[in-house]
Design a protein around this ligand. Structure first.
Ligand code: ATP
Length: 235
């Protein structure tokens, strides 16, 4: 018997003013699963994450998390249910040290990692504990952005393009960290345009085009259908 998915998005539509960005987004994520949202620039991937989080408020359809409807809820209420969001722009405090960045986020649920544990988990950050955000490399900033959302105790992570703008060797390291989080039982929904990176971390892929889901593939199916999926991404 299949258990209910942890997250179930159904017929999600979203607007920026009069402009409709999402037309029909439906997919689900099982407990412990790592799912990517892939698609080209402007397809609606970030808007999907922002709609789940309630940051895009002009939205319709249904978003069930642990069977509870998130539609109509405010962002702080959604966060308190156990969903953490790492935005594309990373959102770290540039003038604060790594350690300060890790101590600031509120604790929303029991079981979050302490700053000491976070520095052990991300050795690159430990070496930079007293450095300010502005002194970090792009890869270190991205790791800090992911690390800081692990403090609040949320077990469902929304990660928006963690590989963006990073050198291949750094992308590999981020991938390793994300796989470790999955092994620790986190459920992850990851927005990506880097297909190789997506393949290296995910169980399943949801393809978005023009604000709608056009395909869903397991990682094995993606390997077989790689050329077709590449056309969705325009590569
Ligand atoms: P990207 O990787 O470029 O962010 P994406 O797939 O995440 O691509 P979205 O950022 O979700 O795409 O954008 C979906 C559509 O919504 C695009 O047409 C975009 O121009 C539009 N859009 C995104 N943010 C805003 C905003 N704040 N105001 C108005 N339109 C927006």
């Amino acid at each position: 018997a299949r258990t209910d998915p942890l997250l179930k998005v159904e017929n999600l539509r979203a607007w920026y003013g009069d402009s409709q960005a999402l037309h029909d987004v439906s997919f689900d994520v099982a407990q412990g699963e790592l799912v990517t949202l892939i698609g080209r620039n402007g397809a609606g991937k970030s808007t999907t994450l922002r709609s789940i989080m309630g940051i895009v408020r002009n939205r319709k359809g249904s978003i069930l998390f642990e069977g509870q409807e998130l539609m109509g809820k405010r962002t702080y209420q959604i966060a308190r249910k156990g969903i953490a969001w790492c935005p594309e722009e990373r959102g770290i405090f540039a003038d604060l040290s790594v350690r300060e960045n890790l101590t600031l986020p509120p604790i929303l649920k029991p079981g979050g990692m302490s700053d000491a544990t976070l520095l052990e988990t991300f050795p690159n950050l430990k070496a930079r504990a007293t450095s300010r955000g502005t002194q970090l490399s792009g890869g270190e900033q991205q790791m800090l952005a992911i690390a800081r959302i692990l403090r609040n105790g949320c077990r469902f992570l929304l990660l928006d393009e963690p590989s963006e703008g990073l050198a291949p060797v750094v992308v590999k390291e981020i991938g390793r960290q994300i796989r470790l989080l999955k092994e620790q039982g986190y459920t992850i929904l990851l927005v990506e345009q880097n297909l190789n990176f997506a393949r290296s971390v995910a169980d399943r892929h949801v393809v978005i085009e023009n604000g709608a889901v056009v395909d869903t593939l397991t990682n094995d199916e993606l390997a077989v259908d790689l050329d077709r999926v590449k056309t969705y991404l325009g590569v």
